[in-house]
Design a protein around this ligand. Structure first.
Ligand SMILES: Cc1cc2nc3c(=O)[nH]c(=O)nc-3n(C[C@H](O)[C@H](O)[C@H](O)COP(=O)(O)O)c2cc1C
Length: 441
């Protein structure tokens, strides 16, 4: 039995919009960096593969009159908080989200190279083209480009960044005090890239990252997003579960195969949002409590948001969700909602969706229930491992570590010690990429 890779993704104010109202919630400490540093340390104690920082350039869209009832105030700059985490931990991997639309590639290459050195090779870059129209409005008055153009630009962007990371060969420094030669001039390379979107001379003024390249993470769910994920992504995230997730895995692995990549070069983590109790009933009670604290409009909001900002109240509650003609928002999240089925397998109406759907990867139950779910999803080819989104920070993580991690270990599905070379690549079994200028791996 192999270990199941696990990462954790905390959100400011928690994922569930009512979690800040729990007595144990630490949401009022959201801007205290030690809340997140302690969480990263807890992830390291529990031997998690990685902690993941998402990012966004705007507030989550909720009805303005209800915003003061939520604690989802925003997001740390993922690269900056990741740097603090890197300095305060020594083993756990760190996945930082950064946008190809908002930052110049040279700056991105420097920042991730710097962070990979600071963390001694524990970093992944979650390549996001752009979050939402709200993010774009805080960057430029131009509308968000269409996905095809965004991903085409992103492919060139990542290629340029990798080229910059290869500027210095690993053994460029000779440090020969006697002869007065510090580095071998033949091992420093300009990029001289002149492409459709970027003109960059190089070389990078930071040494090659410890991992060669930081691990490339990706979570695109649209057609062009999956193309990029399959062609360059190494650590992929999906909000899907069950057969929809299995179809996603098959598709990105096929794209990867067509690009000449091997199956082991891709690891898919599916979203898991656990509510765990000592018993199933205790977990269900936790869920009921959370839901009972939300006004009707906020109960619908996460689902409406994933469906692209649609107002479900405008449709008859008897409408089958497959009859909704929707195209807005993020395709992966839209598909996660639209692939929800009733317990008997039938397509739900809007009313049934609102009653029964708990969000992507939400599993409410005992440690055994959650471990069973995880094992079944992995065995069914739906994913290789999981990205935990926490309804409440940090209390749902504490519950997971206290209850589910021991259950997984009992089943031989999770490590008790780190036994890798200390880099995120080493931990995930990903090869260190060779330098394009011929440096040995
Ligand atoms: C687990 C997970 C985490 C994500 N985190 C972020 C994030 O932090 N910021 C963001 O803008 N998008 C995030 N996304 C959205 C995607 O990365 C991507 O931007 C989105 O899917 C749009 O691309 P697409 O049109 O190819 O789906 C996340 C998606 C998933 C599944």
């Amino acid at each position: 039995m192999t270990h199941i890779p696990l990462a954790v993704m905390p959100h400011i104010g928690g994922w569930h919009l009512a979690s800040w109202r729990r007595p144990a919630s630490q949401a009022s400490r959201s801007w205290d960096p030690y809340l997140w540093i302690d969480l990263a340390r807890a992830a390291e104690r529990a031997k998690f593969d990685a902690i993941f920082f998402g990012d966004q350039y705007s507030l989550i869209p909720v009805p303005e009159h209800l915003r003061p009832n939520t604690a989802r105030m925003g997001s740390w700059d993922a690269l900056v908080i990741s740097t603090a985490i890197a300095a305060q931990t020594s083993k756990v991997g760190i996945v930082a989200t950064a946008f190809t639309e908002f930052v110049a590639p040279y700056a991105m290459a420097r920042q991730f190279a710097t962070l990979d050195h600071i963390s001694a090779g524990r970093v992944a870059w979650n390549v996001v083209t752009s979050g939402t129209p709200g993010d774009q409005r805080n960057f430029s008055s131009k509308p968000l480009a269409d996905p095809v153009s965004r991903y085409e630009r992103a492919a060139e962007y990542v290629d340029v960044v990798k080229g910059l990371w290869d500027s210095w060969e690993d053994d460029a420094v000779i440090n020969d005090r006697e002869s007065g030669v510090f580095f071998d001039a033949g091992k420093l390379h300009k990029l001289d890239h002149h492409g459709k979107h970027f003109d960059i001379t190089g070389p990078l003024n930071v040494a090659r990252p410890v991992q060669g390249y930081p691990v490339i993470a990706q979570a695109g769910g649209s057609g062009p997003g999956k193309q990029l994920a399959g062609s360059i992504g190494e650590l992929l995230f999906t909000p899907l579960s069950g057969t929809a997730a299995a179809a996603y895995c098959a598709e990105v692995r096929e794209i990867a195969g067509n690009a000449g990549r091997k199956p082991g070069e891709i690891i898919v983590l599916a979203q898991l949002t656990p509510i765990v109790g000592k018993t199933r009933e205790e977990a269900e009670e936790k869920w009921r409590w959370l839901q009972s604290k939300l006004p009707e409009e906020l109960l619908r909001q996460p689902i409406e948001l994933m469906l692209g900002g649609v107002d479900l109240a405008e449709f008859s509650p008897d409408t089958l969700i497959t009859d909704l003609e929707l195209s807005g928002g993020i395709e992966g999240f839209r598909n996660a909602v639209l692939s929800y089925r009733n317990a008997d397998g039938s397509v739900p109406t809007i009313a049934e969706l609102l009653r029964g759907y708990r969000g992507p990867g939400t599993v409410v139950g005992s440690a055994e229930d959650i471990a069973d779910y995880m094992e079944l999803e992995v065995a069914g080819g739906c994913c290789d491992g999981f990205l935990l989104l926490l309804h409440g920070v940090p209390e749902d993580f504490e519950d997971f570590c206290e209850l589910v991690v021991p259950e997984l270990r009992k089943r031989g599905r999770f490590r008790s010690e780190y036994d890798d070379d200390g880099t995120l690549r080493g931990r995930l079994g990903l090869q260190r990429p060779a330098n394009r200028h011929g440096c040995p791996v």
